[in-house]
Structures are given as structure tokens and as C-alpha cells.
Write a protein that binds this ligand. Structure first.
Ligand SMILES: [Zn+2]
Ligand SMILES: [Zn+2]
Length: 259
């Protein structure tokens, strides 16, 4: 029985290790691309006057295709730009094309591409010395969507030394302050309606599930857990998402939204 359990755990560990190696090699390519093309990309890209500064859907498509194809090529996926544009339409612009099944690997490459570009946009926003208004707006911004890329956040972090809480955008890495002990989606601060789920396998990270709005997000205690890649940390701790989904299913009435 124990042996069976151990074998199962080893198999899961191997799968995670395999996924990590794959993720790491793609991430390396994205970093190389950023070093080579980042400066010209940030220079040509135009920011909006107010947040969100550059929605993902408005990213220059030629640049998206360039980086996306680099990742596809690396894993021997041969696909035309025209096909990729169709997928972009479905996945990002929400065009409704019937019978479009998107390959999961292509989708993962697209997510890494978007992230690679969004991080550069975030750096541009943070480096805009000439326009302090931009910085001020980022700090005072009250919407839940990311002020830089417009995506919905899924993770927060408690920063050293005092445990100040920030919302961390997994797409562009933007960080902004948010008060502790409340739900980032509905601002509920009734602690009786917030459930913190954790597991000893994942020290320093919890899922906060909110009974009020039926949604959940992860919280990393960065005072104790040093994380250099939030995206990987989010993928690695996927079982916590399942636990949160289960808890919400059992504790929230069906009329409330569960994502
Ligand atoms: Zn963002
Ligand atoms: Zn909530």
C-alpha cells in the first residue's frame, strides 16, 4: 500500500520535474528574446494616458507572432502565422469561431509570449520618469484588473519586512498595494467569510477562498518563502486551486460566481 503510494508520488514528482524543465527552457528563450529585442519593443510601444496602459489585445501582432513562433520552433511545432492569428482571435480577442480546438502547447507558448511582452510594458510604465502621473495612478488605481495589462489578478504577496500586501500580476509582474485580510475581488473583510486553505507540502503559500463572492486567489508569504518566479509557483501549487474549488462548491450557494 505504502509502496503504491510512494510510486504514485514519484510519478507525480517526475511529471512536475518534466514540466518544470520544459517551462524553464521556454522561459530562457523568452529572456533571450527580451534581451535582444526588449529595448526596441519598449521604445515603439505606445501607452495609454490612463490605466490599463496597454491591454493585451492591443499588443502589436507582428511582435507577438515573432516571439510565439520562436517558442513553437523550439518544440518543433510548425504552424503558419495565419493559423496563429486565428488562435489569437479566439484566445485573446474572444472571437467566436466554431469548432476551433486549440492545442494546449500552442496556448502555453502564447501565454508565455504575452507575459514576456507584458513584463516589458510593465518595466516601461515603472520607468516613465517623465510622467509621474503614471506612477501615481498605478498607486491610486482602484479597479481589480491590472493597471498595466488589464488582466485579472490571481495572486497576492506579503512582502518583507512588515508583511505589506501587494497584488502581483502573473502576466506583467506589476505589483500594487492592497490592504490585508480582505478579498481582492469583492473587498469583503469579514474574516468569518474568508477561508485560508493550505497544505504542509506547500509551506508559505495559501489559497484565500471568499464566501462572499465565491472566488479565490493565492497568497504567498514572501517573508518566509523566496519566490523568483510567481508563474511557476502558481503552476506548481495547482492542487491548492482544486482544494479551493471544492471548498467553495460546498460552502457557497450556486447563485454565486465561482471561477
Ligand atoms: Zn498585468
Ligand atoms: Zn470576495
Amino acid at each position: 500500500m505504502d509502496l503504491e503510494k510512494n510510486l504514485q508520488i514519484t510519478a507525480e514528482d517526475n511529471l512536475i520535474e518534466e514540466a518544470y524543465q520544459k517551462y524553464k527552457s521556454l522561459k530562457k528563450l523568452v529572456n533571450e528574446w527580451q534581451e535582444l529585442n526588449g529595448a526596441s519593443f519598449t521604445e515603439k510601444v505606445e501607452l495609454s494616458d490612463k490605466p490599463p496602459y496597454l491591454l493585451v489585445r492591443n499588443f502589436p501582432l507582428d511582435t507577438v507572432l515573432n516571439l510565439w513562433q520562436k517558442l513553437n520552433l523550439h518544440t518543433n511545432i510548425k504552424i503558419s502565422d495565419a493559423e496563429l492569428i486565428k488562435i489569437w482571435g479566439v484566445a485573446v480577442i474572444n472571437e467566436n469561431l466554431a469548432n476551433t480546438e486549440i492545442d494546449q502547447e500552442l496556448l502555453m507558448h502564447l501565454q508565455m509570449t504575452i507575459s514576456g511582452l507584458a513584463q516589458l510594458v510593465n518595466e516601461k510604465v515603472n520607468n516613465e520618469d517623465s510622467n509621474n502621473i503614471r506612477k501615481a495612478l498605478v498607486n491610486d488605481y482602484r479597479e481589480i484588473n491590472c493597471p498595466v495589462c488589464g488582466e485579472i489578478p490571481a495572486i497576492t504577496a506579503l512582502k518583507p519586512p512588515n508583511g505589506n500586501r501587494v497584488i502581483h500580476c502573473l502576466v506583467c509582474n506589476n505589483e500594487r498595494n492592497y490592504r490585508r485580510n480582505s478579498c481582492i475581488y469583492c473587498d469583503n473583510s469579514d474574516t468569518k467569510k474568508l477561508m485560508y486553505l493550505n497544505n504542509e507540502i506547500y509551506p508559505g503559500i495559501e489559497v484565500v477562498a471568499c464566501k462572499e463572492c465565491g472566488q479565490f486567489f493565492k497568497e504567498i508569504d514572501a517573508r518566509h518563502l523566496v519566490v523568483d518566479d510567481y508563474t511557476w509557483e502558481d503552476i506548481r501549487t495547482l492542487p491548492l486551486n482544486f482544494a479551493a474549488e471544492l471548498w467553495l462548491k460546498e460552502n457557497v450557494s450556486h447563485s454565486k460566481k465561482v471561477h
